[in-house]
Every structure is written in C-alpha cells, then in structure tokens.
Design a protein around this ligand. Structure first.
Ligand SMILES: NC(=O)c1ccc[n+]([C@@H]2O[C@H](COP(=O)([O-])OP(=O)(O)OC[C@H]3O[C@@H](n4cnc5c(N)ncnc54)[C@H](OP(=O)(O)O)[C@@H]3O)[C@@H](O)[C@H]2O)c1
Length: 256
C-alpha cells in the first residue's frame, strides 16, 4: 500500500464465520488491524478461537466469540443476538466457514451432499438476511470466501466445488438486490492455501507442490493474501465493485 494511505475501519463491526483458524483467522486479524471490532464464529475448537480473539484484542479492538454451526438456523439467531448485545449492530459480514466431503462424485451419499451444501452455500442466505437487518439503513458489506473449485473440476472436489458455485451465484443475486440498500456483496476466491482444511485431501502433498510449481507468482497463496483482498473489498477503494468474485491465486487459474 502506498505510504500515507490506510484503510480505516475504526468503529465498524464485523462477523467472520469460521474466523478462528486458517483463512478466517487471518481475515479477523486483518479487519482488527484496520480498526474493526470482530465477532469470531467457530464450530468446535475453542482454543484456536480464544487465541484468535486474544490476537484481535491485541490490536486495540473488541473481540466476541460466537460458537455454532452455520448450517443450523438457530445458530444465526444466537449469533446476531450476541452481536447486538456486544456491538449494537453489524457493518461487515464475512461468510468464510466451510466444510465438506472430499470424495469422488460417485461415492458421495445424500448426507455428504446435504452437509456440504448446507454449510458452504445455504448458510450465506440466512446469514445475509440477518446481517442486512443488523446493518440497518447505513448499509455495509458482505464478502463470501470461495474457491477455484467453483469453476474448475478438481479431483475429489465435486461436492465442495458445486457448493462454491452455488455460493458465487448467490453472491451475484444478493449483490443486485442489496446494492440499492447500500450493502455491497462480493466474493473472494482463493487458490490452494496450506491450512488444516487440506489435511482432508488424500493428495495434499501433491496439491501443494503442484500449486506452487504452476503458480506464476512463484509461491502458494497465504491466508494473509486472502485477508488483504477482503479488506480491500470492504474499503471505499472498492466502492464500485459489486457482485464480483475476486480471484486471489497468484495467476494459477489463467495459465492454459
Ligand atoms: N485452504 C484452501 O486451500 C482454500 C482455498 C480456497 C478457498 N478456501 C476457503 O477458505 C475458507 C476457509 O478455509 P480454511 O482452509 O481456512 O479452513 P480451515 O482451516 O479448515 O478452518 C475452518 C474454519 O471454519 C470453522 N467451521 C467449520 N465448519 C463450520 C460450521 N459448520 N459452522 C461454523 N464454523 C465452521 C472452523 O471452526 P472449528 O475449528 O471450530 O471447527 C474453522 O474456524 C473456506 O470457505 C474455504 O472453502 C480454502
């Protein structure tokens, strides 16, 4: 960033789903560095959530931990009630939490399919509906975190890839509907990032080495790279970016 220029989110309040580990943690910390208070949603692992909350607070802002499954509508009621009590409202929703079954398409059961779609795609709708209410008339920002599997076929990625395609479509539809209300909706799609999520891939080592080798920028995407794109999207620098999926992959996806 050019000297003398900074993105100031002081007084803004953000919710990052899956904000305790990996990419979500980097986003929570980046938003906190810019001055935002951050509510951190997580599902099971309290310790990393507490560590991330401590890191957020170390930036001089407020952190709130909200535990719950984003696929469960009851979670959203509890989450937004806690945010209202602690922060009084919301300005930024980052829908980042994801899960999913990594298997060939022919081995996916209806349960695998529903689990993946519910967490990765369906959750954005009730989250966005509640976020818009919590943002009120001043509007705000919604950013969803997607992956290249939305538009490319990746081994064992049928369920997650399809869920991310649905997510990106919902982002476009929400963007058009919410722009007149002052809510900007976009997505960030990342290339391979070495987080715990990759432990579920049988071919993890090959994915990492091949991604690094084939990336024109010469290295893997890091959580911080995705967080920087989110920060840009929620800043005035991106005020006419609406309904887009910003790809952060070091050029991987444009190589023939
Ligand atoms: N890693 C990659 O290569 C990559 C590439 C492109 C896009 N992405 C996307 O980036 C996002 C973050 O991925 P990541 O690699 O950082 O994942 P990760 O390291 O596995 O972290 C997942 C986070 O989501 C939370 N979570 C999982 N299921 C949840 C649920 N049902 N409800 C609420 N929270 C839930 C986890 O909380 P607990 O610890 O409590 O379970 C954790 O905070 C995802 O949308 C993913 O698809 C990842």
């Amino acid at each position: 960033m050019a000297a003398g220029f900074s993105i100031d989110l002081k007084g803004k309040r953000a919710l990052v789903t899956g904000g305790s580990r990996g990419i979500g943690r980097a986003i929570a910390i980046r938003l906190a560095e810019a001055g935002a208070d951050v509510a951190i949603n997580y599902l099971r692992n309290k310790k990393p959530a507490e560590d991330t909350a401590a890191e957020v607070r170390s930036k001089g802002v407020r952190a709130l931990l909200v535990k719950g499954n984003v696929a469960d509508p009851a979670t959203h009621d509890d989450t937004f009630a806690a945010i209202r009590d602690a922060f009084g409202g919301l300005d930024i929703l980052v829908s980042n939490a994801a899960s999913g079954v990594i298997k060939p398409a022919l081995e996916l059961t209806p349960k695998h399919w529903a689990w993946t779609m519910d967490i990765n795609a369906a959750a954005l709708l009730p989250l966005a509906q509640r976020a818009v209410g919590a943002m009120g008339e001043k509007g705000g920002h919604v950013v969803a975190v997607s992956s290249l599997g939305a538009v490319r076929a990746i081994p064992n990625y049928a369920a997650v890839g399809a869920s991310k395609a649905a997510l990106e479509s919902l982002v476009r539809h929400l963007a058009v509907e919410l722009a007149p209300r002052g809510v900007r909706v976009n997505a960030v799609s990342a290339g391979v990032v070495d987080t715990d999520a990759l432990k579920h891939f049988p071919n993890r080592d090959l994915m990492l080495s091949e991604s690094a080798r084939r990336t024109p920028a010469g290295r893997l995407v890091e959580p911080k790279d995705v967080a920087d794109a989110v920060l840009w999207l929620v800043s005035p620098l991106a005020s006419m970016v609406v309904g887009q999926t910003v790809v952060v992959d070091g050029g991987y996806s444009v190589v023939a």
